[in-house]
Design a protein around this ligand. Structure first.
Ligand code: 7TS
Length: 423
């Protein structure tokens, strides 16, 4: 999957791209139109969580105003409406990531829960002592710790693929780490700390060639790139709703149907059963087997609205807009003395992580906040990535479809102010 240059896209004269109007898009996001510390808000913390468009806010309000009810268990009208709306989202999400069947879509809390589910439910039955799990140096902690737990449980060994100084996967080394002991591979589609877009299609083939199953962590991919799990042929893929304009507390796990069928349930409770006696419980079919308890009904319906919102604008248009901003921001930031970009991959999503000589990122973030600019500072839950670059933290500006060149200019002015303050 690659980002596309704005010029080449515009040449194709696709209507959705010609029509991309960032000012119109900004009007869809009420939260953006406020001042913070007396300055207009510049929201550049989208990799942590994105803002929500009016369409999603209205959808949530409608759920609670008009048909709030528990799903899958009531014969009454409200419950039937809630069930229908909730289940419709499974189809919307299926289409959004191009899965074969909506039975391959499991609603969960977030990406973290999805990775834990796969580690817990696929892992123990399929991995034994001495088997290897391969991840990379650029993973979020949620794509490290569940595998460490699985290694502790099974005696499997965690292997780490290296990255180069630009923050790109070193493919030759990656291939060398794959062998007949490799039983599972997991990798971020897009790195949250560096912005690197990994060559996941190629990695899936490499993993499968040595007989390993592969999980892709799409937390940072979903709002920026088109995801096509059928083309990718990955075994598992996960998306977290709140980074793609949906509410917090809702995400999805995609899994190939035959794998999900074989896996034991994640949690026991209501919804995940067909029948229960004290002697024997019969589990429900997938995906319900993995959805114990009352789910985040409104959240899932909000996720459907968010996916529709993204699709209506078009991921090509979004990628093109963000790619332009990334190019502009990279150029402007690089002009600042003492600023070092961390993560300069050739194929990158719109994330700009940087250090500033002599100034701790928390101080950068604090001063930017006084200017109304929201960025993330710290290790971004990717401590091993930081360690790879010999640092403990960065300042990270992460963009979304509603950001503008003016936002980047504000960031650049803010960073220059930081330098003034710190001499
Ligand atoms: N994987 C990646 C690549 C992520 O960026 C994140 C969250 C997660 C997994 C976990 O997502 P969750 O929804 O389950 O929490 N990343 C960030 C971040 O960069 N700043 O705050 C959260």
């Amino acid at each position: 999957m690659s980002t596309v240059s704005a010029a080449s896209i515009l040449e194709t004269q696709e209507p959705s791209i010609r029509d991309f109007d960032v000012n119109r898009i900004r009007r869809d996001f009420p939260i953006l139109h406020q001042t913070v510390n007396g300055k207009p808000l510049v929201y550049l913390d989208n990799a942590a969580t994105s803002q929500k468009p009016q369409k999603v806010l209205d959808t949530l309000e409608r759920v609670y105003r008009e048909y709030n009810s528990n799903i899958h268990r009531g014969v009454h009208t409200l419950s039937q409406t809630a069930t229908t709306e909730y289940e419709k989202v499974r189809e919307k999400v299926r289409s959004f990531i191009n899965a074969r069947s909506e039975r391959e879509i499991i609603f969960l809390r977030n990406t973290t829960e999805a990775i834990n589910l796969v580690a817990k439910c696929y892992g123990p039955a399929n991995l034994k002592a001495g088997d290897e799990i391969l991840i990379t140096t650029m993973e979020h902690h949620s794509n490290i710790v569940p595998w460490q737990l699985l290694c502790e449980q099974t005696g499997a060994v965690l292997k780490i693929a290296p990255i180069n100084d630009a923050g790109e996967l070193m493919l030759d080394d990656y291939e060398k780490l794959l062998n007949e002991k490799t039983k599972f591979v997991s990798m971020a589609h897009v790195s949250n700390a560096l912005g690197t877009i990994n060559p996941v299609r190629q990695i899936v083939d490499l993993a499968h060639a040595c007989g390993a199953k592969i999980m892709l962590d799409g937390a940072q991919a979903a709002p920026h790139l088109a995801i096509n799990v059928r083309d990718l042929d990955c075994d598992f893929y996960t998306v977290t709703g709140h980074k793609m304009f949906a509410p917090t507390g809702i995400g999805i796990l995609f899994g190939k149907h035959d794998l999900l069928e074989e896996m034991p349930p994640y949690q026991g409770g209501g919804e995940m059963i067909l029948s229960v006696t004290f002697e024997k419980t019969v589990y429900n079919k997938v995906p319900h087997k993995f959805e114990a308890g009352t789910p985040h009904i409104a959240g899932a319906i909000g996720l459907g609205a968010a996916a529709q919102y993204i699709s209506a604008i078009g991921l090509d248009s979004i990628a093109s807009h963000e790619h332009d901003l990334l190019a502009y921001g990279t150029e402007k930031l690089q002009e600042i003395p003492g600023l070092t970009l961390i993560g300069t991959a050739g194929n990158k999503a719109a994330i700009m992580s940087f250090t500033l000589e002599g100034v701790h990122p928390h101080d950068v973030g604090t001063i930017l906040d006084l200017e109304g600019i929201a960025v993330r500072t710290g290790h971004h839950c990717a401590q091993p990535t930081m360690e790879r670059f010999g640092i403990t933290a960065t300042t990270r500006a992460s963009l979304a479809l509603y950001n503008t060149k003016q936002d980047i200019d504000a960031l650049v002015m803010g960073v220059r102010k930081v330098i003034e303050v710190f001499g």
